[in-house]
Write a protein that binds this ligand. Structure first.
Ligand code: PEP
Length: 243
């Protein structure tokens, strides 16, 4: 089965309006990519980035949403607000949110439902800590996170899964090929819709992207640091196009 591919950039808490130039440069350099390209800027940049990317092939996503459709939740953002600002996707369950905000699998599942409700594609993040890997618990942890974070009704159209080992995020360390392959093979068998895109995330850069994209069942990447520069992210997009 041939699955779609996706290069997704997560700008995290980085980016002022001046950085929209990087998004414009990316879109201009990749007017017709053969893979999906997604940028997830901080919420303050969603609307201006939507404007900057109008007519381009680059899609826009939020980095989180609240589980409720609206209400008294100071500082939070509803899925409908992301969609209204021009987003088609939203990252949910990133390990930084699980760690910084104590988000549980049940919280993540509720956010996924909220995203689906307004037609957003949920990019659901899963990943083990280094201690869990060292203890031989990786597949058990990933299986439990998948079961707990993914509500019934997940399809390749409404959900993307990102395997992001916590110890590989922002550290410059990546799992070896066999470690990535083991988790992606496991996820391929575990997802309810076999056509669901499975991204790898954690220190992907222009130098290692081709090797990672050559691994079976890796359909793309969720990229943090290397997505901030159009040139670096562009090289990752090209590596995915060649894979
Ligand atoms: C991420 O934030 O999802 C991520 C993978 O970050 P980095 O690429 O910087 O490791």
């Amino acid at each position: 089965m041939s699955r779609r591919k996706l290069a997704a950039g997560n700008w995290k808490m980085n980016g002022l309006r001046a950085h929209l130039d990087e998004a414009r440069a990316l879109a201009a350099a990749h007017p017709a990519p053969s893979v999906g390209v997604l940028l997830c800027p901080p919420a303050t940049l969603l609307a201006p980035m939507a404007e900057a990317l109008k007519g381009s092939a680059v899609a826009l996503g939020g980095q989180d949403c609240h589980a409720a459709p609206k209400g008294a939740h100071t500082g939070d953002i509803a899925a409908a607000m992301l969609a209204d600002a021009g987003a088609s996707h939203v990252i949910v369950g990133h390990s930084e949110r699980r760690a910084d905000h104590g988000e549980t699998d049940a919280d993540v599942a509720a956010k996924v439902r909220a995203a689906w409700q307004v037609g957003l594609v949920a990019v659901v993040c899963l990943g083990e800590t280094e201690a869990q890997r060292d203890a031989g618990e990786t597949l058990g942890v990933i299986g439990a996170q998948l079961a707990g974070s993914l509500p019934d009704g997940a399809t390749a159209s409404n959900t993307v899964i990102a395997y992001e080992p916590v110890w590989a995020i922002g550290t410059g360390r990546t799992p070896d090929r066999d470690q990535i392959a083991e988790v992606h093979d496991f996820l391929r068998r575990a997802v309810p819709d076999a056509a669901t895109m499975l991204l790898y995330g954690g220190s992907v850069n222009p130098a290692n992207a081709s090797d990672i994209f050559a691994i079976a069942n890796v359909d793309g990447a969720l990229v943090g640091g290397a997505s901030l520069k159009a040139d670096d992210f562009g090289q990752i997009i090209q590596a995915l196009e060649r894979a």
